[in-house]
Design a protein around this ligand. Sequence first.
Ligand SMILES: Nc1ncnc2c1ncn2[C@@H]1O[C@H](COP(=O)(O)OP(=O)(O)O)[C@@H](O)[C@H]1O
Ligand SMILES: O=C(CO)[C@@H](O)[C@H](O)COP(=O)(O)O
Length: 504
Amino acid sequence: MTLVAGVDSSTQSCKVVIRDAETGALVREGRAPHPGGTEVHPSHWWAALLQAISAAGGLDDVAAISVAGQQHGMVCLDESGNVVRDALLWNDTRSAQAALDLTAELGGPQAWADAVGSVPVASFTVTKLRWLAEHEPANARRTAAVCLPHDWLTWRLAGALASGPFDAAAWADAPTPPLDHLTTDRGDASGTGYWSPFTGAYRPDLLKAAFGTVPLLPRVLGPTDEVGAASGTGAGASPGSTGLPGGGLAAGFGGAAGFGGVAERVLIAPGTGDNMAAALGVGARPGDVVVSLGTSGTVFAVAETPSADPTGAVAGFADATGRFLPLVCTLNAARVMDAAARIAGVGLDELSDLALQAPPGADGLTLVPYLEGERTPNRPTATGSIHGLTLATSTRAHLARAAIEGMLCGLADALDALAMRPERVLLIGGAARSEAVRRIAPTIFGVPIMVPPPAEYVANGAAHQAATLVTTPDWHSEDTQTYEGEAAPEIRTRYTRATTHILD
Ligand SMILES: Nc1ncnc2c1ncn2[C@@H]1O[C@H](COP(=O)(O)OP(=O)(O)O)[C@@H](O)[C@H]1O
Ligand SMILES: O=C(CO)[C@@H](O)[C@H](O)COP(=O)(O)O
């Protein structure tokens, strides 16, 4: 049996799955938590990855690996490859003004949508770089290369694999490759704000306008390229860079160092952004819409052509297959339920039970879930609010229901923004494990919802990408469960009214 590993380095944790490359059967898995906060030193991701790989039984018998990661995070490296400052994550809103400034400077939202498929908001890397240039000029000057979380982990993994077989202690300080060995993929690159899904190339002019200089950028690999192989597409190589010198890292991988396991050489797939990997993992095809309820709430579709929404609601991303992934993202999803459970003093399962005890619409109790500000709609400084509080609605059950309905109303607006008539709506992510979420979602979305069995779909997608390096994977998706319910548009109407009465 040939094994492959898939990694999901997401906001809250790192998950590793080891699967049979041919069939996709799960062999073993592991996970480790990430620290909280919206700025994190990348070394925490590396430590969590090593811990999760250990928990998953190591990599000695693994033939290929792929890392998917939270999108947009700004990882700045100096000339020696050291991290310049803590990474600003996708949900850090300090660059909201920079986003407004950049939008105006280029000539408005349409100009950005036409240039890179998306209108920048605080999540996008390009706005974080502008913030750095303005607020931390010394750190900006030290920045020799900029990459994304999955790029950085892939680069570290390449260095560690070149140093010897998996050993968490030895790998903790494994040497890193030269900066010009950094790689990314088109899916994650499309969330930077300086890579165009229309041309498949970087827009160094936009980066220079935002940051003042053009640091080295990761080479953009094609969907089936191998990290370290000299024959990648190279499309969008960093300005001035001609690709990997001397055939890259391939010679240093794995077996040459005498791995004890079956695999002679661990291949590294390009990896991608977590949403692009989720699309792979769930087997999304054109006509499908995927709703993912993780730290972020995302609604996305696989598309044959790139999109350019000047309203900024839909980000015109690329996917991990050569197609496109129009996506709407909210800052507030699973953690709204975490917060409601904390207030109610219950666990997540009990919160689900409580929510199902309250009637649809929670007797008018409406929760606007902007607990971390909001990205869609673009309200970076907004706060959450509760409306319709009466003696009768002052119960834990009403609160639980209102929290879930409020979170889902934000996602229903996202679904509307995609402007599709989906053939299937698939619900995944941590909060999709909640029975209340599964049962309430069809009433809020107004369409039946298909829920695949709970699994780590981002890590699975990464594993599938890794499998394509060693075989032609024939992975069958497991049965989904369909949830239906009577549409309750009045809940969304009340929610929309409530969103006009929130504090910034
Ligand atoms: N049974 C459940 N009900 C509701 N939320 C859940 C449940 N299980 C996990 N979660 C939530 O899912 C979130 C993690 O989901 P995940 O998709 O792994 O997030 P991320 O990928 O952003 O790190 C956490 O906030 C966790 O509390
Ligand atoms: O910013 C986006 C998408 O544009 C987020 O979806 C991040 O990619 C974080 O994902 P999760 O950690 O919530 O999976």
